[in-house]
Structures are given as C-alpha cells and as structure tokens.
Design a protein around this ligand. Structure first.
Ligand SMILES: [Zn+2]
Length: 88
C-alpha cells in the first residue's frame, strides 16, 4: 500500500493543464435554501435555479465555491452536480 501512488510524480503543471481543458461554468443560487445555503451549480444541472448569478469557469466546484463565498457567507455545493463540494 502506498508504494505505487508515491512512485508516480505529481506535477502541478500537468494537473493544471488537464484542468484547463476541463473547465465548467458555475452559477450560484441568489436565493438561499431554507437552511441558509446558497447552492453552487455546474452548467447543465437539472436543479439549476432560475434566480442565479454567474460565477465563471472553474476546473472544480471548489473554485466556484470560493468565488461564491465572496458574495455569500453561507455557500454549499449542489448535492447533484457538485457533490464533492456538498456538505451536510
Ligand atoms: Zn446542481
């Protein structure tokens, strides 16, 4: 365990290039959920709210959540399209 993964060099530049090819548009719901969360959605999400603010293009939902936090104190990733950023 661990030997295989630790032998693969992880280049920040390589992952940056890979991510640059895979940027998605993100939006944040301008209306808070009942629990106060402003949900971040990726373009094309079935649950995309009609009242939304464009955040920009990000390689992962994490960047979009950070951007959304500039506008709203309480932000959460959508459970469906940004589940890596979704917290309960
Ligand atoms: Zn969503």
């Amino acid at each position: 365990m661990g030997k295989l993964t630790s032998s693969i060099p992880r280049s920040p530049l390589n992952s940056l290039l890979l991510h640059a090819l895979d940027m998605d548009h993100y939006f944040v719901n301008t209306h808070a959920q009942p629990n106060g969360d402003h949900e971040v959605h990726k373009v094309g999400c079935y649950y995309m709210p009609s009242d939304r603010k464009y955040l920009g293009q990000f390689p992962t939902c994490a960047g979009a959540v950070l951007e959304a936090r500039k506008h709203y104190a309480q932000v959460n990733g959508c459970k469906h399209c940004a589940k890596d950023c979704h917290t309960q």
